[in-house]
Design a protein around this ligand. Structure first.
Ligand SMILES: [Zn+2]
Length: 81
């Protein structure tokens, strides 16, 4: 999926969430991406994992490192970057 296509879907989805319409399970919009730990003393530091980010009403994607519990650097994986 291209970034522009995903963003159009995400905009619609956020409007839905803002209106209090929370879809079930698979209907929840998500996007593939990667999550990389940036905590220097973590044993997973610099390790990049493939994940799916679920859309939030605020349009911010959050990743948490499993081993250290700190926020990770997140990147979406879309056809055009
Ligand atoms: Zn970590």
């Amino acid at each position: 999926m291209k970034r522009s296509e995903y963003e159009a879907l995400a905009l619609e989805f956020r409007v839905r969430l803002a209106a209090g319409d929370f879809p079930e399970g698979d209907e929840w919009l998500s996007v593939p991406g990667t999550s990389t730990c940036t905590t220097p003393n973590c044993h997973a530091f610099g390790v990049t994992c493939a994940v799916r980010f679920h859309e939030n009403a605020d349009g911010v994607y959050r990743g948490i490192c499993g081993p250290c519990g700190q926020p990770t650097e997140v990147k979406l994986t879309l056809e055009d970057g």
